[in-house]
Design a protein around this ligand. Sequence first.
Ligand code: TYM
Length: 347
Amino acid sequence: MSDPTSAPAFTPRVFSGIQPSGGLTLGNYLGAMVKFVDMQDRGDFETVYCMVDLHAITAKLIEPATLAHNTRELCAGFIAAGIDPEKSILINQSQVPEHAQLGWIFNCVARMGWMDRMTQWKDKAGKDAERASLGLYAYPALMAADILVYHATHVPVGEDQMQHLELTRDIAAKFNHDYGVDFFPLTETVVEGAATRVMSLKDGTKKMSKSDPVDASRINLTDDADTIAKKFRKAKTDPEPLPGSLDGLSARPDVRNLVNIFAALEGTTPEAVLASREGGMLGHFKVELADLAVAKLAPISTEMARLMDDPAEIDRILARGAERAREITVPILQRTYEIVGLVGHAP
Ligand code: TYM
Protein backbone atom coordinates (compact mmCIF):
# COMPACT_ATOMS: atom_id res chain seq x y z
CA MET A 1 0.00 0.00 0.00
CA SER A 2 1.30 3.44 -0.82
CA ASP A 3 2.06 6.07 1.75
CA PRO A 4 -1.32 7.71 2.55
CA THR A 5 0.34 11.10 2.63
CA SER A 6 1.54 10.78 -0.99
CA ALA A 7 -1.66 12.31 -2.41
CA PRO A 8 -1.47 15.77 -0.82
CA ALA A 9 -4.53 17.10 -2.64
CA PHE A 10 -6.85 14.74 -0.81
CA THR A 11 -7.27 14.08 2.90
CA PRO A 12 -6.27 10.44 3.58
CA ARG A 13 -9.71 8.95 4.00
CA VAL A 14 -10.97 5.38 4.08
CA PHE A 15 -14.45 4.35 2.97
CA SER A 16 -15.89 0.87 2.87
CA GLY A 17 -19.29 -0.78 3.06
CA ILE A 18 -21.08 -4.02 3.72
CA GLN A 19 -24.56 -5.01 2.53
CA PRO A 20 -27.16 -5.67 5.22
CA SER A 21 -28.56 -8.44 3.06
CA GLY A 22 -28.18 -11.20 5.64
CA GLY A 23 -25.98 -12.11 8.58
CA LEU A 24 -22.26 -11.37 8.68
CA THR A 25 -19.94 -14.22 7.71
CA LEU A 26 -16.38 -15.08 8.63
CA GLY A 27 -15.56 -13.92 5.07
CA ASN A 28 -16.89 -10.42 5.80
CA TYR A 29 -15.07 -10.39 9.12
CA LEU A 30 -11.63 -11.52 7.92
CA GLY A 31 -11.82 -10.06 4.41
CA ALA A 32 -13.13 -6.67 5.45
CA MET A 33 -13.88 -5.85 9.09
CA VAL A 34 -10.52 -6.76 10.57
CA LYS A 35 -8.94 -4.34 8.11
CA PHE A 36 -11.55 -1.68 8.83
CA VAL A 37 -10.60 -1.79 12.52
CA ASP A 38 -6.90 -1.81 11.73
CA MET A 39 -7.15 1.26 9.49
CA GLN A 40 -9.30 3.05 12.07
CA ASP A 41 -6.80 2.36 14.84
CA ARG A 42 -3.70 3.35 12.85
CA GLY A 43 -4.75 6.97 13.04
CA ASP A 44 -3.40 7.75 9.52
CA PHE A 45 -6.87 8.12 8.04
CA GLU A 46 -10.33 9.46 8.60
CA THR A 47 -12.50 6.36 8.39
CA VAL A 48 -16.08 6.04 7.17
CA TYR A 49 -17.89 2.68 7.33
CA CYS A 50 -21.29 2.08 5.87
CA MET A 51 -24.22 -0.32 5.86
CA VAL A 52 -25.19 -0.13 2.20
CA ASP A 53 -28.93 -0.57 2.60
CA LEU A 54 -29.72 0.86 -0.87
CA HIS A 55 -27.51 -1.80 -2.42
CA ALA A 56 -29.22 -4.51 -0.37
CA ILE A 57 -32.52 -4.00 -2.20
CA THR A 58 -31.05 -4.45 -5.70
CA ALA A 59 -31.09 -8.24 -5.78
CA LYS A 60 -34.39 -9.47 -4.46
CA LEU A 61 -37.21 -8.18 -2.33
CA ILE A 62 -36.21 -8.18 1.33
CA GLU A 63 -39.00 -8.10 3.87
CA PRO A 64 -38.91 -4.48 5.20
CA ALA A 65 -38.69 -5.55 8.84
CA THR A 66 -35.87 -7.93 7.95
CA LEU A 67 -33.92 -5.21 6.16
CA ALA A 68 -34.27 -2.89 9.17
CA HIS A 69 -33.20 -5.70 11.51
CA ASN A 70 -30.22 -6.63 9.32
CA THR A 71 -29.08 -3.01 9.15
CA ARG A 72 -29.13 -2.62 12.93
CA GLU A 73 -27.50 -6.01 13.43
CA LEU A 74 -24.76 -5.07 10.96
CA CYS A 75 -24.20 -1.85 12.90
CA ALA A 76 -23.92 -3.92 16.08
CA GLY A 77 -21.46 -6.18 14.24
CA PHE A 78 -19.27 -3.25 13.24
CA ILE A 79 -19.14 -1.98 16.82
CA ALA A 80 -18.64 -5.43 18.35
CA ALA A 81 -15.75 -6.08 15.95
CA GLY A 82 -14.00 -2.91 17.12
CA ILE A 83 -15.34 0.03 15.12
CA ASP A 84 -15.65 2.94 17.51
CA PRO A 85 -18.43 5.32 16.39
CA GLU A 86 -16.49 8.20 17.88
CA LYS A 87 -13.29 7.47 15.95
CA SER A 88 -15.00 6.37 12.73
CA ILE A 89 -18.08 7.70 10.99
CA LEU A 90 -20.60 4.86 11.03
CA ILE A 91 -23.62 5.24 8.76
CA ASN A 92 -26.36 3.56 6.82
CA GLN A 93 -26.22 4.67 3.20
CA SER A 94 -29.84 5.81 2.84
CA GLN A 95 -29.46 8.36 5.66
CA VAL A 96 -26.84 10.22 3.64
CA PRO A 97 -28.78 11.12 0.49
CA GLU A 98 -25.72 12.44 -1.36
CA HIS A 99 -24.69 8.82 -2.10
CA ALA A 100 -27.76 8.26 -4.29
CA GLN A 101 -27.57 11.77 -5.74
CA LEU A 102 -23.98 11.35 -6.89
CA GLY A 103 -24.96 7.84 -8.01
CA TRP A 104 -27.27 9.43 -10.58
CA ILE A 105 -24.49 11.61 -11.97
CA PHE A 106 -22.30 8.50 -12.24
CA ASN A 107 -25.08 6.62 -14.05
CA CYS A 108 -24.56 9.26 -16.71
CA VAL A 109 -20.76 8.90 -16.69
CA ALA A 110 -20.45 5.08 -16.69
CA ARG A 111 -20.91 3.35 -20.06
CA MET A 112 -23.19 0.37 -20.70
CA GLY A 113 -20.20 -1.60 -21.98
CA TRP A 114 -18.39 -1.11 -18.67
CA MET A 115 -21.38 -2.34 -16.70
CA ASP A 116 -21.89 -5.34 -19.01
CA ARG A 117 -18.40 -6.54 -18.14
CA MET A 118 -18.97 -6.65 -14.36
CA THR A 119 -18.63 -10.27 -13.27
CA GLN A 120 -20.86 -9.79 -10.21
CA TRP A 121 -23.63 -8.49 -12.47
CA LYS A 122 -23.19 -11.49 -14.75
CA ASP A 123 -23.15 -13.91 -11.79
CA LYS A 124 -26.11 -12.37 -10.01
CA ALA A 125 -28.31 -11.66 -13.03
CA GLY A 126 -27.43 -15.08 -14.45
CA LYS A 127 -29.11 -16.19 -17.64
CA ASP A 128 -32.25 -14.28 -16.80
CA ALA A 129 -30.85 -10.74 -17.02
CA GLU A 130 -34.13 -9.41 -18.40
CA ARG A 131 -35.75 -10.03 -15.06
CA ALA A 132 -32.94 -8.47 -13.00
CA SER A 133 -33.58 -5.01 -11.58
CA LEU A 134 -32.19 -1.87 -13.15
CA GLY A 135 -30.70 -1.19 -9.72
CA LEU A 136 -28.64 -4.38 -9.85
CA TYR A 137 -27.17 -3.26 -13.17
CA ALA A 138 -26.39 0.24 -11.86
CA TYR A 139 -25.08 -1.16 -8.55
CA PRO A 140 -21.37 -0.47 -9.27
CA ALA A 141 -22.08 3.18 -10.19
CA LEU A 142 -23.74 3.70 -6.80
CA MET A 143 -20.76 1.97 -5.20
CA ALA A 144 -18.42 4.42 -6.95
CA ALA A 145 -20.58 7.25 -5.59
CA ASP A 146 -20.36 5.81 -2.04
CA ILE A 147 -16.61 6.10 -2.24
CA LEU A 148 -16.16 9.29 -4.23
CA VAL A 149 -18.77 11.38 -2.40
CA TYR A 150 -16.17 11.31 0.42
CA HIS A 151 -13.18 11.78 -1.90
CA ALA A 152 -11.99 8.56 -0.24
CA THR A 153 -8.38 7.72 -1.02
CA HIS A 154 -8.32 4.10 0.22
CA VAL A 155 -10.92 1.33 0.16
CA PRO A 156 -10.28 -1.90 2.10
CA VAL A 157 -12.21 -4.86 0.62
CA GLY A 158 -12.02 -8.58 -0.10
CA GLU A 159 -10.81 -9.78 -3.49
CA ASP A 160 -14.31 -10.08 -4.96
CA GLN A 161 -14.72 -6.28 -5.01
CA MET A 162 -11.57 -5.47 -6.98
CA GLN A 163 -13.31 -5.15 -10.33
CA HIS A 164 -15.86 -2.72 -8.87
CA LEU A 165 -13.00 -0.59 -7.60
CA GLU A 166 -11.34 -0.52 -11.01
CA LEU A 167 -14.65 0.74 -12.35
CA THR A 168 -14.69 3.39 -9.59
CA ARG A 169 -11.34 4.66 -10.87
CA ASP A 170 -12.62 4.59 -14.47
CA ILE A 171 -15.64 6.66 -13.48
CA ALA A 172 -13.49 9.18 -11.55
CA ALA A 173 -11.04 9.47 -14.45
CA LYS A 174 -13.78 9.92 -17.06
CA PHE A 175 -15.57 12.55 -14.96
CA ASN A 176 -12.31 14.45 -14.42
CA HIS A 177 -11.45 14.19 -18.11
CA ASP A 178 -14.92 15.06 -19.47
CA TYR A 179 -15.24 18.16 -17.30
CA GLY A 180 -11.57 19.14 -17.42
CA VAL A 181 -11.13 19.02 -13.64
CA ASP A 182 -9.01 17.16 -11.12
CA PHE A 183 -11.88 16.74 -8.71
CA PHE A 184 -12.24 13.04 -7.87
CA PRO A 185 -9.30 11.02 -6.55
CA LEU A 186 -8.24 7.73 -8.15
CA THR A 187 -8.94 5.61 -5.11
CA GLU A 188 -6.54 2.90 -4.02
CA THR A 189 -7.88 -0.60 -3.37
CA VAL A 190 -6.54 -2.21 -0.20
CA VAL A 191 -6.65 -6.01 -0.44
CA GLU A 192 -4.32 -7.37 2.21
CA GLY A 193 -3.80 -10.26 4.59
CA ALA A 194 -4.19 -14.03 4.56
CA ALA A 195 -7.94 -14.06 4.01
CA THR A 196 -8.75 -11.80 1.09
CA ARG A 197 -10.93 -14.60 -0.28
CA VAL A 198 -12.40 -16.92 2.36
CA MET A 199 -13.86 -20.00 0.69
CA SER A 200 -16.87 -22.20 1.45
CA LEU A 201 -16.27 -24.88 4.10
CA LYS A 202 -17.99 -27.33 1.75
CA ASP A 203 -16.17 -26.40 -1.47
CA GLY A 204 -12.75 -24.76 -1.37
CA THR A 205 -13.18 -23.42 -4.91
CA LYS A 206 -16.30 -21.38 -4.07
CA LYS A 207 -16.43 -18.12 -2.10
CA MET A 208 -17.92 -18.26 1.40
CA SER A 209 -21.14 -16.31 1.03
CA LYS A 210 -24.16 -15.30 3.08
CA SER A 211 -26.36 -16.20 0.12
CA ASP A 212 -25.18 -19.85 -0.04
CA PRO A 213 -28.27 -21.98 0.74
CA VAL A 214 -26.11 -24.41 2.77
CA ASP A 215 -25.59 -22.90 6.22
CA ALA A 216 -22.76 -25.36 7.01
CA SER A 217 -20.74 -23.80 4.16
CA ARG A 218 -20.08 -20.69 6.24
CA ILE A 219 -19.41 -19.43 9.76
CA ASN A 220 -21.92 -16.74 10.73
CA LEU A 221 -20.84 -14.15 13.27
CA THR A 222 -23.99 -15.02 15.21
CA ASP A 223 -23.15 -18.77 15.42
CA ASP A 224 -22.62 -20.09 18.94
CA ALA A 225 -19.44 -21.89 20.02
CA ASP A 226 -20.85 -25.39 19.46
CA THR A 227 -22.04 -24.54 15.96
CA ILE A 228 -18.67 -23.02 15.02
CA ALA A 229 -16.82 -26.09 16.30
CA LYS A 230 -19.18 -28.46 14.48
CA LYS A 231 -18.92 -26.57 11.18
CA PHE A 232 -15.11 -26.67 11.26
CA ARG A 233 -15.10 -30.35 12.29
CA LYS A 234 -17.31 -31.17 9.31
CA ALA A 235 -15.50 -28.89 6.85
CA LYS A 236 -14.57 -30.69 3.64
CA THR A 237 -10.90 -31.79 3.62
CA ASP A 238 -8.88 -34.81 2.52
CA PRO A 239 -7.13 -37.62 4.41
CA GLU A 240 -3.56 -36.37 3.80
CA PRO A 241 -1.51 -34.81 6.63
CA LEU A 242 -0.52 -31.12 6.56
CA PRO A 243 2.52 -30.29 4.42
CA GLY A 244 5.37 -28.10 5.68
CA SER A 245 4.94 -25.41 3.03
CA LEU A 246 2.33 -23.83 0.78
CA ASP A 247 3.56 -25.68 -2.34
CA GLY A 248 2.04 -28.82 -0.87
CA LEU A 249 -1.41 -27.20 -0.86
CA SER A 250 -1.62 -26.04 -4.49
CA ALA A 251 -4.03 -28.85 -5.39
CA ARG A 252 -5.80 -28.92 -1.99
CA PRO A 253 -8.05 -25.82 -1.98
CA ASP A 254 -10.18 -26.97 0.98
CA VAL A 255 -7.17 -27.39 3.26
CA ARG A 256 -5.55 -24.23 1.92
CA ASN A 257 -8.70 -22.35 2.91
CA LEU A 258 -8.57 -23.62 6.51
CA VAL A 259 -4.89 -22.71 6.75
CA ASN A 260 -5.64 -19.20 5.46
CA ILE A 261 -8.47 -18.80 7.95
CA PHE A 262 -6.22 -19.95 10.79
CA ALA A 263 -3.50 -17.48 9.77
CA ALA A 264 -5.94 -14.59 9.46
CA LEU A 265 -7.55 -15.31 12.83
CA GLU A 266 -4.15 -15.56 14.47
CA GLY A 267 -2.74 -12.55 12.64
CA THR A 268 0.15 -14.56 11.13
CA THR A 269 0.86 -15.98 7.67
CA PRO A 270 -0.18 -19.32 6.12
CA GLU A 271 3.53 -20.19 5.85
CA ALA A 272 3.97 -19.72 9.60
CA VAL A 273 0.89 -21.86 10.33
CA LEU A 274 2.30 -24.74 8.28
CA ALA A 275 5.91 -24.43 9.42
CA SER A 276 5.15 -25.72 12.92
CA ARG A 277 2.58 -28.32 11.86
CA GLU A 278 4.21 -30.41 9.11
CA GLY A 279 2.85 -33.96 9.16
CA GLY A 280 -0.02 -33.00 11.51
CA MET A 281 -3.38 -34.66 11.00
CA LEU A 282 -6.30 -32.57 9.81
CA GLY A 283 -8.64 -33.84 12.51
CA HIS A 284 -6.38 -32.30 15.12
CA PHE A 285 -5.87 -29.09 13.10
CA LYS A 286 -9.62 -28.61 12.77
CA VAL A 287 -10.03 -28.79 16.56
CA GLU A 288 -7.26 -26.20 16.99
CA LEU A 289 -8.90 -24.00 14.36
CA ALA A 290 -12.33 -24.29 15.99
CA ASP A 291 -10.85 -23.31 19.39
CA LEU A 292 -9.12 -20.30 17.88
CA ALA A 293 -12.25 -19.22 15.99
CA VAL A 294 -14.44 -19.54 19.07
CA ALA A 295 -11.95 -17.55 21.16
CA LYS A 296 -11.96 -14.74 18.57
CA LEU A 297 -15.61 -14.76 17.51
CA ALA A 298 -17.59 -15.61 20.65
CA PRO A 299 -16.92 -12.23 22.32
CA ILE A 300 -18.10 -10.51 19.12
CA SER A 301 -21.37 -12.40 18.93
CA THR A 302 -22.00 -11.84 22.66
CA GLU A 303 -21.40 -8.10 22.24
CA MET A 304 -23.62 -8.00 19.14
CA ALA A 305 -26.47 -9.57 21.09
CA ARG A 306 -25.98 -7.08 23.91
CA LEU A 307 -26.06 -4.11 21.53
CA MET A 308 -29.16 -5.47 19.80
CA ASP A 309 -31.00 -5.22 23.12
CA ASP A 310 -31.01 -1.44 22.65
CA PRO A 311 -31.97 -0.70 19.04
CA ALA A 312 -32.77 2.93 19.89
CA GLU A 313 -29.12 3.47 20.80
CA ILE A 314 -28.08 1.97 17.44
CA ASP A 315 -30.45 4.36 15.68
CA ARG A 316 -28.92 7.29 17.58
CA ILE A 317 -25.43 6.21 16.54
CA LEU A 318 -26.49 6.02 12.89
CA ALA A 319 -28.25 9.39 12.99
CA ARG A 320 -25.16 11.00 14.51
CA GLY A 321 -22.96 9.25 11.92
CA ALA A 322 -25.12 10.63 9.10
CA GLU A 323 -24.82 14.15 10.50
CA ARG A 324 -21.03 13.90 10.58
CA ALA A 325 -20.92 12.27 7.15
CA ARG A 326 -22.95 15.05 5.57
CA GLU A 327 -20.38 17.64 6.66
CA ILE A 328 -18.18 15.92 4.07
CA THR A 329 -20.69 14.82 1.43
CA VAL A 330 -22.86 17.94 1.04
CA PRO A 331 -20.03 20.23 -0.15
CA ILE A 332 -18.60 17.54 -2.45
CA LEU A 333 -22.00 16.94 -4.06
CA GLN A 334 -22.64 20.68 -4.36
CA ARG A 335 -19.32 21.21 -6.11
CA THR A 336 -20.03 18.22 -8.40
CA TYR A 337 -23.39 19.70 -9.41
CA GLU A 338 -21.71 23.03 -10.06
CA ILE A 339 -19.03 21.40 -12.23
CA VAL A 340 -21.73 19.62 -14.22
CA GLY A 341 -23.65 22.89 -14.72
CA LEU A 342 -26.73 22.18 -12.64
CA VAL A 343 -28.20 25.50 -11.51
CA GLY A 344 -28.67 26.54 -7.91
CA HIS A 345 -25.92 24.63 -6.16
CA ALA A 346 -23.22 27.21 -5.54
CA PRO A 347 -22.01 26.87 -1.94
P1 TYM B 1 -20.47 -7.48 0.59
O1 TYM B 1 -21.55 -7.02 1.48
O2 TYM B 1 -20.72 -8.62 -0.33
O3 TYM B 1 -19.18 -7.84 1.43
C1 TYM B 1 -18.62 -6.91 2.36
C2 TYM B 1 -17.11 -7.05 2.42
O4 TYM B 1 -16.75 -8.40 2.76
C3 TYM B 1 -15.86 -8.92 1.79
N1 TYM B 1 -16.14 -10.35 1.64
C4 TYM B 1 -15.20 -11.29 1.66
N2 TYM B 1 -13.86 -11.21 1.84
C5 TYM B 1 -13.17 -12.37 1.83
N3 TYM B 1 -13.77 -13.59 1.65
C6 TYM B 1 -15.10 -13.70 1.47
N4 TYM B 1 -15.68 -14.89 1.32
C7 TYM B 1 -15.88 -12.52 1.47
N5 TYM B 1 -17.21 -12.26 1.33
C8 TYM B 1 -17.35 -10.93 1.43
C9 TYM B 1 -16.16 -8.15 0.51
O5 TYM B 1 -15.07 -8.19 -0.39
C10 TYM B 1 -16.44 -6.77 1.05
O6 TYM B 1 -15.24 -6.07 1.26
N6 TYM B 1 -20.40 -4.12 -3.09
C11 TYM B 1 -19.99 -4.35 -1.72
C12 TYM B 1 -20.54 -3.34 -0.75
C13 TYM B 1 -20.21 -1.93 -1.08
C14 TYM B 1 -18.94 -1.30 -0.94
C15 TYM B 1 -19.14 0.05 -1.33
C16 TYM B 1 -17.68 -1.77 -0.58
C17 TYM B 1 -21.09 -0.99 -1.51
N7 TYM B 1 -20.45 0.20 -1.65
C18 TYM B 1 -18.07 0.95 -1.35
C19 TYM B 1 -16.62 -0.84 -0.58
C20 TYM B 1 -16.81 0.49 -0.97
C21 TYM B 1 -20.52 -5.73 -1.31
O7 TYM B 1 -21.46 -6.24 -1.82
O8 TYM B 1 -19.88 -6.25 -0.26
